[in-house]
Write a protein that binds this ligand. Structure first.
Ligand SMILES: C[C@H](NC(=O)[C@@H](N)CCCCN)C(=O)O
Length: 485
């Protein structure tokens, strides 16, 4: 998604920071003014933030297959438009065409991550959820790392325009992969006999379901927002900060910054696997936020070599990502997971966008003396630290609420399995008794209506949480009843 050399910038980089990085990142701005160049970032990021909210809901309504195809097609069309626009250098059409490309790409890319997470949550809903999320995250980070190492060289070898077409080729590969995933999804759902059930669930989803989500969900959204407000704006800016504060050259600064993602790429799958076994997602989220405080403390107040901080952040961020995102499917009904993921991502992106604007304002448009700049950077680090402290407070609350409401987030795999076994026994017993007495339909008797404690507020309020809804009966599809729990 980059048309320049700002490899450290996470792809959905909202505006603000670009105001002060563009002059260092963009050697060939296609003859564009810096302001217009920055507009390309802004359009992408804000479109992304707005569209993901609706696309999550849309995926709940239309299903994963329609979503994955439509959004990867949008990415392909967006990147092609963007690359085509680059050939209009020197004409009045350059900016509008490239902006349109960024808009389409922004709409597709964020939405694609939502449907990707929804797919993962559906197919790895039992004991490998965090592992699967970790693998997806590792691939995403692998993209960032490859971008960092390769893009500039490719640009030097074949020129900017053809580098953009190379990016289009990658989007085409993504589109083909989306087709394969879509086929596998259709096949798998059909093989499990869930087609009708999922369609029924989709029909019942409403945007208003958001209002029914549990307190854990809202606290998780806030935790994600505050934590990422600390991490992504830092990664976007760290090269320049390190360069100015520690007087290291551009390349070394960029490598040191990249360590955050390098560590995350290597660690994420393992952490995911570990979290699947030990659970304790809530405690881990709290611990990560707590352990991130020294990162910004070191950067703001000491001259300790910055690699220590970026490696450390790589570890805490990887733990946070592997524990926060896979917690979402545990606290919302399966049918509304797209809406939940879309909403969370939208809030996250808006938070990062606002933070980037704040950071941009603190740093100012013009460079000043070294000591003034260092003071400004200290303020930036304090702002990021403030967000991480807010994440600590929110995750503390999250754990307190979770403790009161059945410890959904903090159960280990062992505890979860034994609970599921107990549920199954209760259901089997009730179904058996109903059949023997002949007084009621076995499948409805085995549902949640009987003496069976729902696990959360959301369970109590939403019939969608039981896998088949009230009509299909939890007993019959007992194996999938806790699909999302
Ligand atoms: C897992 C998490 N994902 C996100 O934050 C996404 N909403 C956007 C990621 C875009 C990064 N290029 C993460 O990446 O940590």
């Amino acid at each position: 998604s980059n048309n320049c050399t700002d490899e450290q910038q996470p792809s959905p980089s909202p505006p603000g920071v670009a105001e002060h990085i563009s002059s260092t990142c963009c050697r060939d701005c296609l003859g564009m003014s810096e302001q217009n160049y920055n507009l390309l970032y802004a359009v992408y990021a804000w479109t992304n933030a707005v569209v993901v909210f609706f696309s999550g809901f849309l995926v709940d309504k239309l299903g994963n297959r329609a979503g994955v195809i439509a959004f990867s097609l949008l990415c392909l069309v967006g990147s092609s438009t963007f690359a085509a626009g680059a050939h209009l250098r020197g004409t009045d059409y350059l900016l509008p065409v490239m902006l349109l490309g960024r808009l389409l790409f922004g709409a597709g890319n964020g939405s694609l991550t939502v449907v990707q997470n929804r797919l993962v949550a559906f197919w790895f809903n039992k004991k490998e959820l965090a592992l699967a999320f970790g693998c997806v995250l590792a691939f995403s980070r692998c993209g960032s790392v490859l971008n960092f190492f390769l893009t500039e060289n490719i640009r030097d070898a074949i020129g900017l325009e053809w580098t953009l077409w190379f990016g289009v080729g990658l989007c085409l590969l993504g589109f083909v992969a989306a087709g394969v995933v879509s086929g596998l999804d259709v096949y798998g759902v059909r093989a499990m006999g869930l087609t009708e059930e999922l369609q029924q669930e989709s029909r019942r989803v409403k945007l208003q379901d958001l209002g029914q989500f549990s307190l854990q969900f809202w606290l998780l959204v806030l935790s994600i927002m505050f934590y990422y407000n600390g991490v992504f704006p830092f990664v976007a800016d760290a090269s320049q900060f390190i360069n100015q504060k520690y007087s290291l050259d551009d390349k070394v600064s960029a490598y040191i910054t990249g360590a955050v993602y390098d560590v995350s790429m290597l660690l994420s799958p393992f952490l995911g696997g570990l979290i699947d076994i030990i659970g304790k997602r809530g405690y881990l989220a709290l611990l990560c936020a707590l352990l991130t405080i020294p990162v910004f403390g070191l950067l703001a107040f000491t001259t300790v070599y910055p690699l220590v901080s970026t490696l450390w952040l790589g570890v805490t961020y990887s733990f946070a990502a592997a524990s926060m995102w896979p917690s979402l499917p545990l606290v919302v009904p399966r049918a509304t997971l797209g809406t939940a993921l879309g909403f969370s991502t939208s809030v996250q992106m808006i938070g990062i966008g606002v933070s980037n604007v704040v950071v941009g304002r603190i740093l100012g448009q013009t460079d000043s003396t070294r000591s003034v700049m260092l003071d400004r950077w200290k303020l930036v680090m304090l702002y990021l630290l403030g967000n991480v402290i807010a994440a600590v407070v929110v995750t503390l609350l999250l754990n307190a609420v979770d403790l009161k409401r059945g410890r959904k987030l903090n159960q280990s795999r062992k505890e979860k399995l034994s609970l599921e076994r107990m549920d199954q026994l209760v259901e089997d017993g009730i179904a058996h008794a109903s059949i023997e007495s002949g007084s009621a339909d076995a499948s409805s008797a085995a549902g949640y209506g009987v003496d069976f404690a729902p696990r959360s507020e959301a369970d109590e309020r939403s019939p969608l949480l039981s896998s088949g809804g009230s009509s299909s009966g939890g007993g019959i599809t007992g194996g999938r009843k806790h699909a999302i729990n």
